[in-house]
Write a protein that binds this ligand. Structure first.
Ligand SMILES: [Zn+2]
Length: 320
């Protein structure tokens, strides 16, 4: 399948300003939606940062984010329906705290001002606002941003580069699974630096391309998400990119989740044309939150201890 003519591919250098010297890591395609095109992941020989190159340009990459892109949907805030819904809404945060997946773990901070980049439909902002935070968001998808605004929160629609500076410096910037989607991560981090108060916090999560999952599954790794993931970080390269953007890494947590492995097995079965019903179920697995996560928790803890799970959360602070 060839790329449609309205998608423009661009060639990009390493964002850390290294001299051009790349090695090819792998080639793959969009497995999430089955959209056309074949893409390469390359590794910069100087700094080790992996990136998708060439890549769809900022103006045309929207083709690979269809309306049913999962994060736009799963951050919708739905009122609990009936008694069971209300009970679930109460139990879920407690269960999450008990199991500590580390996914959206924040430093201990008193409520203040927060901006979420890539806030999707506003689920996390809503959660923070209910604990006393003053929240705002930036979101690329107009439809998702509209849902977040309907909840009453100020949301800028468009890329981070087009977002105006906040009226006052913020205490906390968060971005869940968003840095890897940005064309200019260093510029974006510098912008977030400018928006923050001195010593302000930045909390991000990204896939971990140093994980066993990535080494095992390669182009079938669920979190590779070509071509929407433009960068494929390891703890080391994430740190370098954050430093270049003016941030000092305080901690890196390996998330206690193994959903990517199920999704990757789904892709493997799909390629081998085996057990189509199981393959479909496995491919949808990472998007589901529920009992399976809890069932895999002991194993996920072990994998996280050795830094082998497919996602990491980083806490960083603004340098000077
Ligand atoms: Zn480099």
């Amino acid at each position: 399948m060839t790329i449609p003519p309205d998608v423009v591919l661009e060639d990009a250098d390493c964002p850390l300003g290294c001299p051009r010297s790349d090695e090819t890591v792998l080639a793959g395609r969009d497995r999430l939606h089955g959209l056309p095109g074949r893409f390469q992941v390359v590794r910069c020989r100087s700094c080790g940062l992996m990136r998708t190159n060439p890549r769809p340009s900022p103006g045309t990459i929207g083709f690979y984010y269809p309306e049913d892109y999962h994060p736009y949907r799963n951050t919708r805030v739905a009122g609990p329906s009936g008694r069971l819904g209300a009970l679930k809404a109460r139990i879920k945060p407690l269960a999450r705290r008990f199991f500590e997946f580390n996914g959206t773990r924040l430093p201990p901070l008193a409520p203040g001002r927060m901006i979420e980049i890539g806030c999707a439909s506003g689920g996390f902002m809503h959660q923070m606002a209910r604990t006393g935070w003053s929240v705002a968001g930036v979101e690329f998808s107009a439809a998702a941003a509209g849902h977040a605004r309907d909840l009453g929160y100020p949301v800028h629609t468009g890329p981070i580069e087009s977002a105006p500076d906040p009226a006052a410096p913020v205490d906390l910037v968060v971005g869940w699974m968003v840095l890897e989607h940005l064309h200019g991560p260093v510029e974006a981090l510098r912008r977030l630096h400018r928006w923050s108060r001195p010593n302000g916090w930045l909390v991000l999560s990204v896939p971990n391309a140093a994980s066993l999952e990535f080494r095992l599954f390669k182009d079938r790794w669920y979190a590779l998400s070509l071509p929407t993931h433009l960068y494929h970080f390891t703890p080391g390269t994430l740190q370098r990119v954050l430093n270049a953007g003016g941030w000092r890494v305080e901690r890196i947590f390996h998330q206690r989740l193994l959903g990517n492995i199920a999704g990757s097995f789904g892709y493997l079965l799909q390629d081998r044309r085996m057990l189509p019903a199981l393959a479909r179920w496995l491919r949808k697995f990472p998007e589901k939150s529920g009992l399976h996560q809890y069932a895999l928790f002991p194993l996920a803890c072990l994998a996280a201890l050795t830094g082998q799970t497919g996602r990491m959360t980083v806490w960083a602070r603004r340098e000077s």
